[in-house]
Design a protein around this ligand. Sequence first.
Ligand code: N01
Length: 541
Amino acid sequence: MSAASEGPSERYDAIIIGAGLSGMYQLHRLRELGLSVRVFEAGDGVGGTWYWNRYPGARFDSESWTYGYSFNEELLQEWDWSEHFSAQPETLRYCNFVADKLDLRRDMTFGSRVVAAAFDEAENSWEIELQGGRRARAHFLITAVGPLSTPVWPNIPGIDGFAGEAYHTGRWPHEPVSFDGKRVAVIGTGATGVQTITEVAKTVGQLTVFQRTPNYCAPLHNSPIDAETQRKIKASYKEIFETCRNTFGCFIHEADPRSALEVSDEEREAFFEKLYGEPGFGIWMGNFRDLQINPAANATITAFMHRKIRERVNDPRIAEMLIPRDHGFGTRRLPLESGYYEAFNRDNVELIDVRKAPIEAITPTGLKTSDAEYDFDMIIYATGFDPITGGFDRIDIRGIDGQRLKDKWLGGPKTFLGLQIAGFPNMMTLVGPHNAAIFCNIPRCIEQNVDWVTDLIRYMRENNYQRVAPTLEAEEEWTAHVHEIGQYLLFSQIDSWMTGVNKNLPGKQERASLVYAGGAPSYRARCDDVAAKGYKGFELS
Ligand code: N01
C-alpha cells in the first residue's frame, strides 16, 4: 500500500478498527472531544465477540450487572438484564441498545475489513486500506480488534471435503441450526466447547465429543433476575462498580486473604464447597490468595475438583477421562457450566480421547481417528482462536520506515502499557497484548483503556502535539515487567490461549508473555502515573 502524501479523499481525525465493546465506547469518547471518527467493522453489525459467537449456549460468566458500560447512568437505568449471567442474544441486544442510544452507527461502516495500515511520517497520519481497495486516512489509528477474534480451524487433512454441515463456533450462522435427530461431532473442550456441548446434548440425536485436553469446569449457578433484585441492582451500580474497580480482575469476587495451607482440612473443604455452590467466578477469583501462585496450595483445590467430577459423572471411566492431569485448577481459563458433566451421563453422548486416538482425517461422511471411523451429519469446530496477536497479524500494519508490526513482534510482542508500540506513532491498541484488559471482566478494563487513550488525545490537542509514540527504553522496561510479573502465576507454565499457544498454528507453538498479570488496579495505577508525569515514557512532538 502506498502512503502517498496526496492520499485518499476520505479523511478523519481518528479511525477505529472494530465495533465491539471497545470500539463503540472509543467512538463515543472521541466524539465528545469533537473529533471526526470512522469505525470500520468487518461484521454487519455492532457487538464484536457477541456479533460473531452465536453458537448454542453462548453466554458470559461475568455477572451481567457488572458487565455493562458504567459511564452513563441512563444506559444503566434503562437496560434490564434478565439473568444474572446473560446469554449471547441478550448481550448482542444490549450492544445494539447502546449503539441506538448513543447514535453510534452513523460513524460506522460495516462489512469492511481493514487489511492494511501504514504510517505516513510526513503527515503524521495513518492510511488504512479495506478489503476491496477503499482507502481512508486519519491522524490516529485505534485498534479495537479484540483478543479472541480470529477463529482457527484445525489443520486436519480433508477438512474441506466434508459433505455435511460444518461450523466454527466463532463464525456461527445467523440462521437457526437444528440438531434434532442428527449425528453431531464437537471438536474442542475449551469454554466454548463446554457451553456448546451442554446445549447441543439436549436436542441432538447422537453427540460425539472429541477431547484433546480436559478442562476444569465449575457450576455457573445462573438464575433469572426478579423485579425486586432488578431494582436493588439499579440502586447499587455505584457500589458494584467501585467493588469491581478494586479487585484483581474487576469481577465482584475478591481473593480471600488466607493461604489455602494455613487452614485445617475441614475448613478448607468447607470453603471450597461454599464457593462451588455459589454463582460465578468465586471459586477461581474469590478463593484462597495463593491457589494460583503456590503449587502446593493449588494441589488442594485441584484434588477437590477431581472429586467433584467423579461425583457428577456416573461412569467412572468417563469421569477419569474428564479429569485434567496435565495442569492444576485455574491455570487455564475456567469454563463455567450449567450441566456440562451431566451431559456425559446421557445415553446419546459419547466422549473420545483424541490423545489416545488422534484424529487422522475429516472424511466426506465424518471423521477418522487412529481407532475408528465415524459418520456425522454435522461437525462443530470449537477449536478456539489465534490468541491476542491474531487480530493484529491479519492486518499488514507498517510503522516508521515501513517496519511491519508482525516482524517487530516475531519473538513476542513489545509494547508500552499494552497500549502503544515504539515505531508506530499515533496508534493505540485497546485490549492489546501486555494489557491488563485481557485478564479482566473485560468491559471494566475496556473503559479504563478507552478513557486513558481519550485523555492522551485530549492532552495532545491541548498542547498542539502531532505525534506520540513510546520510547524504546519505556517499551523495553514495560515488556520486561510483563514477562517478570507473569512468572509468578502458575498459568504461565501451562499451554493455553492465555500463554499464546494454539497448536494448529505453526507460529504459536511456544508459550509467550502476552498478558499483564499484575491485576487491573496495579495496571491502572501505572497508567495513571505515566499520565500524571506528562506521559513519561512517551515522545510527544
Ligand atoms: O477456545 P480454547 P475457546 N483436535 O482455545 C481444542 C473466552 N470465552 O473458544 O486444549 C482436537 O480455549 C483445544 O484442545 P487443546 C474464554 O476466555 C468466554 O473454547 O489445545 N482438539 C481446546 O480444547 C475462553 O477461554 C466465554 O488440547 C482441538 C479447544 O479446541 C476463550 O474465549 C465463553 C484441536 C479450544 O479451546 C477461548 O475459548 C467462551 C484439534 N486439532 C469463550 N484444535 C464466556 O464468557 C483445537 N482443539 C463464558
